[in-house]
Every structure is written in structure tokens, then in C-alpha cells.
Design a protein around this ligand. Structure first.
Ligand SMILES: Nc1ncnc2c1ncn2[C@@H]1O[C@H](COP(=O)(O)OP(=O)(O)OP(=O)(O)O)[C@@H](O)[C@H]1O
Ligand SMILES: [Mg+2]
Length: 508
């Protein structure tokens, strides 16, 4: 389109200057502002009448004011349209003094024989926020990878400690003092194991060990821990309906949910203290409720609630509390990850989190978890009755292979241990009917446990197979099952876990 009428062209020029979505500032040769548009008013908080005639340095952050006239001069010596400060982060100074991240383009213009510089200013606050968040996520991911790597190694070490301590305990049953000392070692190692699991859950690398779980003991334990750690001015009560249905979850996940919610609640009370009520009970989600909460379906749920008498949450904050890294805590005091983690856990379990809050009246978080269906996966304990059955035990770590052998021999089984999966396969091939059970680690050089199982299944599809997995190994349960694995035992397992599982598998 070309417009021949100069008056109209002029009007378009004025309109496009004024209405441009970018901020526009025209500056004369002396560095004085001669025109700004409304986006500049919005972005930097000025009325244009406050800016016209002032030095453009008014809009430059204090730390750059001194150098700015020099930069203007350099531009006037070489007046070509270009982005300002290419590759550097630029900021404009808001009327109230804070920095606004911007991108600035500079173009020379001549009007009525006089030279001006026209700056185009684009607000990049949101982009910067996004980039910061991304950087933080990446940092967190790196920490997560590191933590899960260490946790994985550490877990094998704990496995050794726990297992050998249990072995010694069997040998000193007649010395109660030594036995009691060993209990302390076993207890500490077991605590270390829980810690590792928690680290892995946080790094989201561990396959949470989900099974049918009763909420009550986990909630009671959490309440006890809170009572021991929170200030006395905070009263902690729990109301757990004995009819609360079991859910499918990892204990650690439930524990994390409650502890995070309760810590938030405690924080919201500040010095004054107050009441935290931990509740659990069954709840039937009807059609109306399912329609109101898209994450829920009609049916039975267990609802876990943490209710506080704290300061409450203002509506504009309430909108954002589940965002990762959103926090109102001081720098260094909170990561803003608590609630996003809780939401992720609830989602992972097929449930959801709801929040109700009023400023000055406290807050209530409800975590809905679908109830576990009929099958009972509670760990069963069974005693081995079938001595002299033969087991092939494979773990590439010599210590752990020997540990497995000794634990099972102690329970009356005949065990052949291999540290090479290839050798184990050869052994199995030469006498396939010898073994009543194969137990194997997965992560091994040359041939993984899963590949070994594939080969064994080709030879004898009926032989029961158990996999001992390090945490953080991500083979999902369905894959394992389809490949013939009947049972997975997570390292470090306890003596009784191992015996119970073996006895169950051998009994068929
Ligand atoms: N019970 C509560 N009462 C009042 N405000 C809350 C409550 N729970 C959460 N909030 C608000 O939600 C924000 C986000 O909570 P979230 O648990 O995700 O992170 P955080 O507690 O700030 O940090 P972190 O959990 O890492 O210590 C909190 O900073 C707070 O403003
Ligand atoms: Mg928190």
C-alpha cells in the first residue's frame, strides 16, 4: 500500500509510534527525550510529561549512567540501525527504581534537518523469568543425577553392611550383648536405606516401591516426628478414621506429602503457633464432585487432609502455589518445590490435591488417593520348609553374590553363586533341571539380568525367576512380568524379605 497524501502518511506515522507494542523513545543529539509512546509509560511507570525534556539517562540503571553519554556519542559517530549492547543483558530503570529487563534497538532518524535516535524497547521480563526457571530446573536435574548416582552406589554398600550384620547375628544368637550391638548396626543401615530411597524419590529416579499401603501407621509416624521437631506452640492432632481404605503407594511418598504439608502449615503460623490437624478418612466421589474436579472419577477415595490455623493464603498467591519454585519464603529459606512435589506424587498415584484457604482463617489441603483394589500385596512372611532346594544366584559383585549364597544356605538351601551372567547361563544350560529358582541382579556387564532371564526362559520357561534390583534401575513392573520375572526384591533387602520371597516362589 502506498499513500500519496502526506497528511495521511503523517497520521499513520504518529499512530504507529503511539500504538506500537514496543516502547518507543526519541532522543535528540544532546541526549534529551523528545517523545515517548504509551508503552514506555506502562513499562517504566512514568507519565510522558515527566520524561519529555529530561536526559535519557533518567531511564538508565544507575550503574550504567556514567558510561551512557559515551555510548550515545559512539552511536552518533556511526549512526546505523542496530540492536543495543548485542549479547549483553540490558535493563531500563523503572520510575520506582527497579530494573526492567529489556531489548533495545537503535535507529537514526532525521526530522526537519535535525538528527534523533529512535530507541525501540521490548519488555522481556517474562522471557527472563522463563529462562531463570529453566536454568534452575536444569541445575536441579544435574543435582538429581548426581544424587541418584551416589545413592545407587551407597545403596550397594548398605546392602553389604545390612546383609553381613544379619549373617553375624545368626552366628551369635547365644550372645545377647553382641546381638544387641548388631541390632544397632542393622537399624542404622536400615535408616540409611530409607534416606537413600528418599533422595532417589526427590531426584525422581527411583522406582517408588508402591504396594498396598495403610495410611494410618505412616500418618502416626509422621505426626510423632512433627511433634518432636516443631515448636511447642504448635499443637499437632491427628484424626484418622479406622475405616480409611488402603491405597497403592510407597510409604515414603505418603510420608513426604504429610511432612511437606505440615511444615508449610507450621511456617504459616510464625511465632504465634496454632493447631495442625492431620486427618484421613474414606470419601465417596459422586458424579457431581467428579464433574467439579476433573482429576477425580466417581468411586471410593482415601482423603488425607492437613488443616492449619495459620495466616491463610491470599487469592493471587493461591493461584501460583503449585508452580515449581514458587515461594513466598525469604531467599535460602524455601525452594518452592514442596507443593509441586506433592502434586506430582498425588498425580502419580492417580489422585489429586485440593486447597481451601482464607486469609486470617487458615488453610486446608486435601489429598485424594484412589483406594487399592482387592489384591493384597502386604508383605507376607513365610518360613522356608523346603530345604535342599537348589538356587542359582547371580550378582556381578563378588561380595553380594557371596552374601546371597550365605543367607540362603543359612536357610537350608543349596546355592550356586556366580559373578558372571555368562557363566551362570552356561551352568544353567549344562544342568537345566538342577535349579528350582534363579535369582539375578540386573545391572551386570556383558549380559544384563533381563537378557540372562530371556535365555533361561528359552531353556526352561517354567523355572521361577526373581530379580534383585538396585534402586534407580528403571525397568517397569509390566516389562519384568512379561519377561518372566515373578518377583522383584529391592536392594538392600533384609534376610527375612529374601527368605520369605524365596520360600514363596519355590512353593509355587
Ligand atoms: N499452609 C499454608 N499456609 C499458608 N501459605 C502456604 C501454605 N502452604 C503453602 N503456602 C504458600 O505456598 C508457597 C509454596 O509452598 P511450597 O511448599 O511449594 O514451597 P515453600 O514452602 O515456599 O518452599 P519449600 O517447600 O521448598 O520449603 C509457600 O511459599 C507459601 O506462600
Ligand atoms: Mg513447603
Amino acid at each position: 500500500m502506498s499513500i500519496d497524501n502526506p497528511a495521511i502518511t503523517q497520521e499513520f506515522a504518529v499512530a504507529s509510534f503511539e500504538r506500537s507494542p514496543s516502547g518507543m523513545i526519541a532522543v535528540d543529539e544532546e541526549g534529551r527525550i523528545v517523545a515517548v509512546n504509551r508503552e514506555v509509560e506502562r513499562l517504566l511507570g512514568y507519565d510522558r510529561r515527566e520524561l519529555i525534556g529530561r536526559a535519557v539517562e533518567t531511564l538508565v540503571p544507575d550503574r550504567h549512567v556514567k558510561a551512557h553519554p559515551g555510548l550515545r556519542q559512539a552511536f552518533s559517530l556511526n549512526p546505523e540501525a542496530r540492536p543495543m549492547g548485542a549479547g549483553r543483558e540490558l535493563f531500563a530503570k523503572h520510575r520506582d527504581g527497579h530494573d526492567v529487563p529489556v531489548e533495545i534497538g537503535l535507529s537514526p532518524v532525521v526530522v526537519n534537518g535535525k538528527s534523533y535516535v529512535l530507541s525501540t524497547i521490548v519488555d522481556i521480563t517474562e522471557r527472563r523469568q522463563f529462562e531463570n526457571r529453566l536454568r534452575q530446573t536444569q541445575k536441579l536435574e544435574a543435582i538429581g543425577n548426581l544424587a541418584s548416582g551416589i545413592a545407587h552406589e551407597f545403596n550397594n554398600i548398605l546392602h553389604g553392611i545390612l546383609g553381613y550384620a544379619e549373617l553375624i547375628k545368626e552366628a551369635v544368637l547365644d550372645q545377647p550383648e553382641v546381638s544387641a550391638d548388631l541390632d544397632v548396626i542393622i537399624d542404622s543401615a536400615a535408616r540409611g536405606r530409607d534416606l537413600v530411597t528418599r533422595i532417589l524419590l526427590f531426584a525422581r529416579k527411583g522406582d517408588p516401591n508402591r504396594k498396598k499401603t495403610r495410611l494410618e501407621p505412616v500418618l502416626r509416624e509422621a505426626a510423632q516426628l512433627l511433634r518432636a521437631t516443631l515448636p511447642h506452640k504448635i499443637d499437632i492432632r491427628s484424626h484418622i478414621d479406622p475405616a480409611t481404605p488402603d491405597v497403592v503407594a510407597d510409604n515414603t511418598e505418603i510420608h513426604q506429602v504429610v511432612m511437606n504439608l505440615a511444615n508449610n502449615a507450621a511456617h504459616s503460623m510464625g511465632e504465634t503457633g496454632g493447631l495442625i490437624d492431620i486427618q484421613a478418612g474414606p470419601i465417596l466421589v459422586d458424579e457431581k464432585m467428579a464433574a467439579a474436579y476433573p482429576a477425580l472419577r466417581t468411586g471410593m477415595y482415601s482423603c488425607l487432609s492437613v488443616i492449619d490455623t495459620g495466616c491463610g493464603i491470599a487469592p493471587d498467591i493461591l493461584e501460583r502455589i503449585f508452580e515449581p519454585f514458587f515461594t513466598t519464603k525469604a531467599v535460602g529459606e524455601g525452594t518452592g518445590l514442596g507443593l509441586s512435589m506433592i502434586q506430582q506424587i498425588a498425580k502419580g498415584l492417580g489422585g489429586t490435591v485440593e486447597v481451601h484457604s482464607r486469609v486470617g482463617h487458615g488453610t486446608r489441603f486435601d489429598v485424594y488417593l484412589p483406594v487399592a483394589s482387592g489384591v493384597d500385596n502386604h508383605a507376607e512372611s513365610a518360613e522356608p520348609t523346603d530345604a535342599r532346594r537348589h538356587i542359582l544366584y547371580v550378582d556381578d559383585e563378588e561380595r553380594l553374590a557371596q552374601l546371597g549364597r550365605r543367607l540362603l544356605e543359612g536357610a537350608g538351601y543349596d546355592v550356586v553363586a556366580h559373578t558372571s551372567s555368562l557363566q551362570a547361563l552356561t551352568d544353567f544350560r549344562t544342568r537345566p533341571n538342577r535349579f528350582d529358582l534363579v535369582i539375578t541382579d540386573n545391572n551386570m556387564p556383558h549380559m544384563t539380568g533381563l537378557d540372562l532371564i530371556d535365555e533361561i526362559m528359552k531353556i526352561r520357561p517354567d523355572v521361577p525367576v526373581m530379580m534383585v534390583s538396585g534402586i534407580g534401575e528403571t525397568v517397569d513392573a509390566a516389562t519384568l512380568k512379561s519377561r518372566g520375572v515373578r518377583q522383584v526384591l529391592a536392594k538392600p533387602y533384609s534376610f527375612s524379605d529374601l527368605r520369605a520371597a524365596v520360600s514363596r516362589l519355590i512353593a509355587g
